[in-house]
Design a protein around this ligand. Structure first.
Ligand code: FAD
Length: 318
């Protein structure tokens, strides 16, 4: 079933969904099953699985020179999606990124998903690789998520890259995209970011999942700004509980978001990370309850493999 159909059948009740990361290469699926087994009691209608492109690492050789090697630390997104659908009977939403893919490779990945019966995709650009100062598309690949949305929408119309394919099978992907209540870090301002988001919706994106935020006013203002910009698709809030003191600086550095002053003060007073985790859980519960009362379509939790934290929040919210 499509993510947007889940929203429709929920009939204005707020759903709960989770995002998982593939295990590090060499790890096993059991870590994901362990996380999700503990969360299935909350009946998530869909589970997102992130995609991780290859990174370059530099190994020092005996000569003193450095050897550049490409490695993918977390492969397996498509296989995990198929395994989750099989084990739990939930819908899986693979994240698909532009980075590292030519358009041809993207097409083949989408064909694999279609054959597996996976008809939801979160279409993203991806970030610059470590040691690269800006996002570089693959040769013959997409520069923006908009181009990826166009490609998926084309396949939904039976249009493939090879113009010789006539009457190609129409895929039926439900396309989600990312949204940034505190603005994407490369956008010159929120308005320009919203215009590009609208382009993606006009091209066929059917819902938005937001970057994490810790102050609900960012989400509510964003939803209002989207409406004003002519964006009328469901906007799912993405939530992550704070669990460690060092995240006060690591999260803003990585995700370009701000922490509210009250939360910072509480965390700074905490004696250890166990206390920080408790503060983070309480904060996330309050955020969730307010969002639920406002009638959001779904609360989407970034689990980061931490089942107990996600569970403590979901138990208090559902
Ligand atoms: P885009 O929509 O391409 O936007 C990127 C920037 O370009 C923005 O500043 C935008 O304003 C601007 N822009 C857009 N279109 C145009 C245009 N036509 N011309 C000029 N400027 C334009 N990353 C991963 O690698 N794997 C994941 O699994 C993953 N999951 C994510 C899930 C969520 C919910 C979110 C919020 C992010 C996720 N990301 C993931 C991170 C994401 O890939 C990065 O935030 C990335 O920097 C931007 O992706 P995007 O799809 O928003 O890009």
């Amino acid at each position: 079933m499509k993510v947007t159909d889940h929203f429709k059948t929920a009939n204005k009740n707020t759903l709960v969904s989770f995002e998982v990361l593939p295990p590090l290469k060499g790890g096993s699926m059991q870590s994901i099953f362990k996380t999700l087994d503990g969360l299935m009691e909350f009946k998530p209608p869909f589970i997102d699985v992130t995609y991780h492109r290859e990174e370059f690492i530099y190994n020092k050789r005996p000569s003193g020179y450095y050897e550049k090697t490409a490695i993918r630390k977390r492969p397996g997104t498509v296989g995990i999606c198929a395994a989750l659908m099989h084990r739990y009977g939930v819908d899986a939403v693979p994240h698909l990124i532009c980075g590292g893919f030519s358009a041809e490779e993207t097409e083949n990945a989408l064909i694999d998903l279609n054959f597996l019966g996976i008809n939801n995709v979160l279409a993203l650009r991806g970030d610059a690789r470590q040691f690269e100062d800006k996002f570089m598309p693959e040769e013959h690949g997409h520069k923006y998520a908009l181009d990826l949305v166009h490609q998926i929408a084309d396949m939904n119309q039976g249009r493939y890259l090879d113009p010789n394919i006539l009457n190609g099978e129409k895929t039926d992907f439900c396309i989600g995209i990312a949204g940034y209540p505190e603005k994407h870090f490369e956008a010159p301002n929120l308005n320009s970011d919203l215009q590009y988001t609208k382009d993606k919706v006009d091209a066929g994106a059917e819902y938005i999942v937001t970057q994490m935020f810790f102050d609900n006013s960012h989400y509510f203002n964003y939803v209002a700004a989207c409406k004003q910009a002519g964006i009328h698709v469901p906007i799912v809030p993405g939530l992550k509980p704070l669990t460690k003191k060092y995240q006060l600086s690591s999260i803003p550095r990585k995700f370009f978001i701000n922490f509210p002053e009250d939360l910072v003060k509480e965390v700074m007073k905490a004696e250890d990370d166990a206390a920080v985790r408790q503060i983070g859980i309480e904060w996330c519960i309050q955020q969730s309850l307010e969002l639920k009362a406002a009638g959001v379509p779904c609360l989407h939790y970034y689990t980061m493999g931490d089942v107990l934290t996600s569970k403590a929040i979901a138990e208090a919210v559902i």
